[in-house]
Write a protein that binds this ligand. Sequence first.
Ligand SMILES: *Cc1c(COP(=O)(O)O)cnc(C)c1O
Length: 446
Amino acid sequence: MDLLQDAARRANLYLNSIHDRRVTPTPESIAALETAIKTELPETPTAAETVLADLDQFGSPATVASQGGRFFGFVTGGTTPAALAASWMISTWDQNAALRVMSPAAAIFEETALTWLRGLLNLPADAAGAVVTGATMANFTGLAAARHALLQKQNWDVENDGLFGAPPITVVVGGEVHVSLLKALGMLGLGRRRVIRVPVDGQGRMRADSLPPLNETTIVCIQAGNVNTGAFDPAAEICEAAHKAGAWVHVDGAFGLFAAMSPQYRHLTTGFAQADSWATDGHKWPNVGYDCGLAFVRDSEALRGAMTMNAAYLPPGAHRDPCHYTPEMSRRARGVELWAAIRAQGRTGMAALIERTCSHARRFADGLRAAGHTVLNDVELNQVLVTFGTPEQTLAVMRRVQAEGICWCGETEWQGHVAMRISVSSWATTEADVDAALASILRATQ
Ligand SMILES: *Cc1c(COP(=O)(O)O)cnc(C)c1O
């Protein structure tokens, strides 16, 4: 059989059986993969058909079924059919999305997707955009633009002269800042530990009344969607205070920013459009495949200043060349998948995805409370934190749920509680999935 036909056949079989299989692979299938794959380096060629057969026979059973409807760990979306088909096409085209001359197609799809996203997310129409690998790199990208802009105002050219001897920049974060933002600060020379942490309220929101003194060398990092509770920082108040002082506001909105796509949830994102840079993820709530992150920067010159590069063979084109806005040069044409995902669903479909997953989260919370368990957070979004007694009892419930394999939820420690974290982020989750998962969780408490 034709190799690509066979790949499509195997992919279809995989997706068609995903709803009936265990969410996590069995230890036996993981062991079988280890044994079959970790061989000596092959000396001679193997037919591509055999390579594909090995991939499917040993690889598929050892995957986590995050493409099904019952994986609620971390903040994990699936891939919508249009996004998956687009991913096959861009792998087929093998386009390099660094420069427009290398792929006019990649550049045009990407520009369109970015324009549509600025509309869906209620961001300034002239903000610069970058399609990167995830929210970690999107945080890096937004913060690099912030570093560039604030130091330029101090007459310091950070890209050419580095940070040694530069005027110091103060970074302000919330007490429940995501670790990826700290990692980005580390990579930028701004320091993971060299931050001022602002106290948070009972949902993990930064307290606007506890901000330190701000000035024109301060970056304030706020969150749209706390990774545990889903809560939003008070963006309007913080942006106003920061801008009065000349500070820069960066938003980590890895998933929460997408609440803006729904008329029902948009109010949660009020004020976030006032910020200066935004980081978010295509591979979480919008259900585009891995990997896909997005950075937006209000002052496009700040992003360009941080990311541009010059070489004799890089012609200054009349069009937007993506590599002047991203940390990478050569890269996959991720913008095509984003375009396809949005085109297939439209504004109403994207809103429905947000509303459906949030309503599933409430169904979880209601079912757990009805059975007498404690839901720790206000379930305003797609995140549910629940405890089942002592930390040991909660962990034991989690282990039983994970072992049964009907669904998967992970653990977290939040404001002094050990909790199970349920994140409903997949387009594929149905009410029946929620009910099956609830039943499994409640069985595990007995
Ligand atoms: C997931 C997440 C990140 C990191 O995103 P990656 O795509 O894994 O790099 C950052 N911030 C928040 C709030 C997140 O939920």
